[in-house]
Design a protein around this ligand. Structure first.
Ligand code: ADP
Length: 720
């Protein structure tokens, strides 16, 4: 009897396609195959096999099985579950799961090495080559460049047998982590939390724990104990540690390597393709037992995933907003359930969603009350900008400047936190009032002085800063409004010319290596004042940092999305939490125009519980998360009239369901992006409603015109 293989392709298609299984191919579920689609051959995954009662001749055959290993059943189940939850095509998460399979294999390494033979004539040029050879040049030309000699010198040394070109096999496997190695000696509250986590890991099965501890309480030390326990309990178990920022992965990778004596697999968008391929093979083969990565690591095809740690679980960076839209923390819990794994969510400022689950007993709630050792939480003071404003055109208030001077004099470090890249968030014309905006997009152009350009942070559009106003033509009339990190750096340099000052933002820490370099320089005390966006405000330990200045504490409160207060609280608690590690007491100064705002009050007295209780009560009254559920529909089209018509039709098509309210259509706050008009619906539902099913039913009732883009965002975090 012939069989039909249902093959899922990593494309945004609504379902898997049927193909004929060629005679003798003996396909199995999860197999990766080459499948024809139109004129192309595509990589796909077998997700169904059935006998073809009437034969399978009418179908195109699968072309062949690919050499890469079959996806584990649990990975396939997770991919399909994730797509259903997100109301998206299963090919979308599948594409993420297959990213490493499509990357090129690591290539053999070519290195030039000394053979040990001495050169016949040791000229200065030859000596330079022999000194430079240790750097590991991969070709004669590279070595010549390194040594500053002509290629002929290197060639002569190779011909003479002094140097040899060798090919080394690339490192493919992973060293086995040693789970029995001793970790740090834990303090009492760490030991209690670690004992619970170890017991949960040993017991096996799906469970979720919240590891709730103030910054510096040793959460990392404690969750590494759960990794050790999971690895020790099962010789094939694998563990995944998810972090919200690439910049944070490096420090955790180093700590994992130190704790287990073996480097973990590293997975994020800055990892080069052959290295990704190595991790992907290690994960599916089982040899890679610990992965440290950013959110997409959650879709790796683990063979035996027994533990998922989501560090800084409250962080909004876990939400992927483009392409396949998902929240990696929520998806981690779902994957944990499918894999029967332990999930550990760690944070000093847990999300209200997670706190609610802990309060109701769905998650085990483990707390670390104090900082480790002698370290104390910083004292937090509010600087009322109405009373002590900075000088005109400046951004640092007198109390903050005084504190910075004292910190510098004591040989300690300051972190100035401002969550705004560039020099100024707005450029306008003094003559005609024109605001510089991106063409075809509703957003201001941000001035970047390092590059001399005006940049749209939404679309990446940029242009040189014009010398005259493009609207009225007046020369030298463009002025910069408001501060970004570059402008605060400029002010700090004017105030403290002798200080060593650096900026940390995605512009200066443009990749993982550069970010690591800056973090290490800060940790080593080579920087006196670091002006940083949120990328450096989280997770790091800077032993000599004793002052955190928050330049604009009110920034996150503007804009009014549902989580504005929660996010501001979390971000500022994280940022101020950088101060005062080790024995040095720290302090934090928050510059604000709203010192009476509940967020500022809660931060000052460091009363998280009071803040959370007030915020929970508001959410509960409004039926908002975590007490209700939200979904958004975002549609965009170059043709505004066509968009309007479609959105009206979509509004009429909304199914009636108890406990579900549909708001909209409304113009999106960002009404125009890249020439496309944007409109939104917001849907609120009671907790018990299967909102994914509702959204899928709604989506199925409408057929958007071809040029219109429609996306569904479950649990939206952005309301733009
Ligand atoms: P968190 O993740 O809660 O911010 P970390 O695990 O990074 O805290 O710990 C903060 C600092 O304290 C780190 O430098 C860490 O090495 C140190 N530390 C925490 N617990 C211990 C311990 N039991 N023994 C020694 N050092 C510790």
């Amino acid at each position: 009897m012939s069989r039909i293989a249902s093959v899922l392709l990593p494309l945004p298609l609504p379902e898997a396609f049927d193909y004929a299984e060629p005679e003798g191919m003996a396909l199995a579920l999860g197999d990766q195959v080459a499948a024809p689609l139109g004129p192309n051959l595509l990589r796909g995954v077998v997700v169904g096999l059935r006998e073809a009662a009437g034969g399978n001749r009418a179908l195109k055959p699968v072309q062949g099985r690919l050499e890469e290993a079959a996806l584990p059943a649990s990975t396939l189940e997770f991919v399909q579950w994730a797509a259903r939850y997100a109301v998206d095509a299963p090919g979308q998460p599948l594409a993420i799961a297959l990213r490493g399979a499509r990357a090129p294999k690591p290539k053999p390494l070519r290195v030039i090495e000394p053979t040990g033979r001495a050169p016949v004539r040791p000229t200065p040029a030859r000596t330079r080559v022999l000194t430079a050879v240790g750097a590991g040049a991969a070709s004669g030309a590279a070595l010549a460049r390194l040594a500053g000699v002509s290629a002929g010198v290197v060639k002569a040394l190779i011909d003479e047998g002094v140097l040899a070109l060798r090919t080394a096999a690339p490192q493919l496997g992973f060293d086995a982590p040693d789970a029995a190695r001793a970790g740090a000696a834990l303090n009492a509250s760490q030991a209690a939390a670690a004992a619970e986590l170890r017991a949960m890991a040993r017991a096996g099965g799906f469970q979720v724990a919240l590891l709730d501890g103030v910054t510096g309480s040793g959460k990392t030390e404690v969750y590494l104990e759960s990794v050790a326990a999971a690895l020790a309990a099962d010789p094939e178990a694998q563990a995944l540690i998810l972090l919200p920022e690439i910049a944070l992965t490096q420090a955790v990778i180093d700590r994992v390597a130190a704790r287990f004596g073996a480097a973990p697999g590293e997975w994020h968008s800055d990892v080069v393709p052959p290295a990704r391929r190595r991790v992907w093979e290690g994960v599916i083969g089982g040899g890679c037992r610990i992965v440290v990565g950013a959110r997409s690591a959650l879709f790796l095809p683990f063979r035996r995933l027994k533990l998922i740690v989501v560090d800084e679980e409250h962080d909004a960076s876990f939400k992927q907003e483009e392409g396949f839209i998902y929240h990696a923390r929520d998806m981690a819990v779902a994957r944990g359930k499918i894999e029967a794994a332990l999930v550990v969510l760690a944070s000093a400022t847990p999300s209200l969603e997670t706190l609610r689950n802990a309060e109701t007993g769905r998650y085990r709630w483990l707390t670390l009350a104090d900082r480790h050792g002698a370290a104390r939480l910083p004292a937090i003071d509010l600087v009322d900008l109405r009373e002590t404003p900075p000088e005109p055109g400046r951004w640092l208030s007198p109390p903050l400047v005084t504190a910075m001077g004292e910190t510098l004099a004591a040989g300690e470090q300051t972190l100035l936190f401002l969550n705004r890249r560039g020099y100024a968030p707005l450029v306008l014309c003094r003559a005609c009032g024109e605001r510089m905006t991106a063409p075809d997009t509703d957003s201001w152009l941000v001035e970047h002085r390092y590059s001399g350009r005006l940049v749209c942070h939404l679309t990446g559009f940029s242009m040189p800063k014009p010398t005259q106003c493009p609207h009225c033509g007046v020369r030298d009339s463009l002025i910069s409004i408001g501060p970004g990190v570059e402008r605060v750096e400029e002010e700090a340099r004017q105030l403290f010319p002798e200080a060593r000052i650096a900026v940390f933002s995605s512009d200066t820490a443009f990749d993982a290596r550069e970010g690591k370099r800056l973090i290490e320089a800060m940790a080593a005390g080579e920087i006196d004042i670091l002006v940083a966006t949120q990328a450096a405000a989280k997770g790091h330990n800077f032993p000599k940092l004793t002052l955190v200045g928050v330049v604009d504490a009110d920034l996150g409160l503007r804009g009014g999305d549902l989580r504005a207060a929660e996010r501001t609280y979390q971000l500022l608690a994280q940022a101020t939490g950088r101060a005062g590690r080790r024995e040095r007491p720290g302090r934090a100064l928050l510059q604000t125009y709203a010192p009476d705002h509940p967020v500022m009050q809660a931060l000052q007295v460091q009363d998280r519980d009071a803040f959370v209780a007030a915020e929970m009560a508001e959410r509960e009254a409004a039926g908002l998360p975590p007490f209700g559920r939200l979904a958004a529909v975002i549609a965009s089209d170059v043709d505004a009239a066509r968009l309007d018509t479609f959105m009206r039709r979509m509004a009429e098509a909304a199914p009636n369901a108890p406990g579900v309210e549909v708001y909209g259509p409304a113009d999106a706050p960002l009404g125009l992006v890249r020439g496309r008009r944007r409109k939104r619906f917001l849907v609120r539902a009671d907790r018990g409603v299967d909102l994914s099913a509702y959204m899928a039913a709604w989506r199925a009732r409408v057929r958007p015109p071809g040029a219109l883009r429609l996306s569904i965002d479950m649990d939206p975090y952005s309301f733009l």
